[in-house]
Write a protein that binds this ligand. Structure first.
Ligand code: PHE
Length: 346
């Protein structure tokens, strides 16, 4: 190779560079020249056959430097160009309307539970939980419902192992568990929300699986009047300040006296309508003064301690509050149903 030839090669290189318009092409061209079998690489290898090796080497180096110099410059140029192109294509138009972010809605039953929990916490209650798979001991025995007691029938439930382990038929076993933990020494103020199970024919108002929120207060001076006052606060919180409450005598083996707690119908205000079945009143929980036998069995001396307990059906509360007329609404997976009660914008 002589100087003339080197010059020619360099010219060719310059020309070729001029036609390159993107980075990929540029890199391909580098491979073509400087890759293993590249043209410049081959020239370099030719040194072994050159007569004047020094001269040859010098020329090849000039060619190579020429290539690299243009390559670097071109690379910088193309990179800048591509960045500019990218920035332009990604330009954000801040005047365009925003894309809506789809959010979920709280489950209406969950919302009711939280509402009740918050209310009771504001009254100084703790929220506790108990197992859904329960022992007969807590679900019945310690609640003054010994084996063979006729009141067991109404809550006949799902037994899992013989007659000892079952799906709890109410949240009342958490009363027994909490009292046993209190060891007959500590006053108690708890609510326990959770699932319960009963053998039941499912229809618009019944489900074999539903939720309750249990309440238990044990102290040295707790009376039926305190229960009435508490119920009044709950009812007004749920259904408005003009809600009137009343107690009707009832029977539960674990409370004495026992009551059904009613609210005045928020719909017809006592006139009579389908919601209150023309009575003007709606029953929303069972309650009563904790039976001395229960206190005793759970380690509290009934001559010192007194208490009251209540159990609300949560679905029932939610149905009344939100005007839902089928309990199955809570358990199917139609998300639109939660959406209906969500005040936030879609
Ligand atoms: N456990 C009762 C039920 O499920 C409700 C209740 C709770 C009654 C507490 C009295 C006291 O029907």
């Amino acid at each position: 190779m002589n100087e003339e030839k080197a010059k020619k090669i360099m010219e060719e290189i310059s020309q070729r560079f001029e036609h390159i318009t993107d980075l990929k092409e540029l890199i391909d061209y580098k491979v073509e020249q400087l890759g293993k079998k590249g043209k410049i690489t081959t020239l370099q290898a030719g040194i072994k056959d050159a007569v004047d090796k020094k001269e040859y080497g010098k020329l090849v180096n000039t060619v190579k430097n020429h290539f690299n110099e243009i390559y670097e410059a071109k690379m910088k140029l193309l990179e800048e160009f591509e960045l500019k192109k990218k920035l332009e294509s990604e330009k954000i138009d801040i005047t365009l309307p925003a894309t809506k972010v789809r959010t979920g809605s709280p489950n209406i039953l969950e919302k009711t539970v939280e509402d009740m929990e918050n209310l009771f916490m504001s009254l100084g209650y703790d929220v506790v939980e108990g197992p859904e798979i329960e022992e007969d001991l807590y679900n019945f025995e310690l609640l003054n419902l010994p084996k063979g007691h006729p009141a067991r029938d109404s809550q006949d439930t799902f037994y899992l192992e013989g007659d000892k382990i079952l799906l709890r038929s109410h949240t009342s076993p958490v009363q027994a568990r909490t009292m046993l933990e209190g060891k007959g020494e500590k006053p108690i103020r708890v609510v326990c929300p959770g699932k319960t199970y009963r053998r039941d024919d499912d229809d618009a108002t019944h489900s074999h699986n539903f939720m309750q929120i249990e309440g238990l207060l044990v102290d040295k001076r707790a009376t039926l009047a305190d229960l009435k006052g508490t119920f009044d606060v709950v009812a007004k919180h749920l259904f408005g300040d003009d809600c009137i409450t009343r107690f009707r005598p009832s029977y539960y083996p674990f409370t004495e006296p026992s009551v059904e707690t009613d609210i005045s119908c928020f719909k017809c205000k006592g006139e009579g309508c389908p919601i209150c079945k023309n009575t003007g009143w709606i029953t929303i929980s069972g309650a009563g003064v904790v039976h001395p036998n229960v206190l005793k069995m759970c380690g509290y001396d009934p001559s010192i301690w007194h208490g009251f307990a209540f159990g609300f059906g949560l679905e029932r509360i939610a149905m009344l509050k939100y005007g839902i007329n089928d309990i199955r609404t809570f358990y199917n997976t139609d998300l639109r149903e939660s959406k209906v009660f969500d005040r936030r914008e879609d």
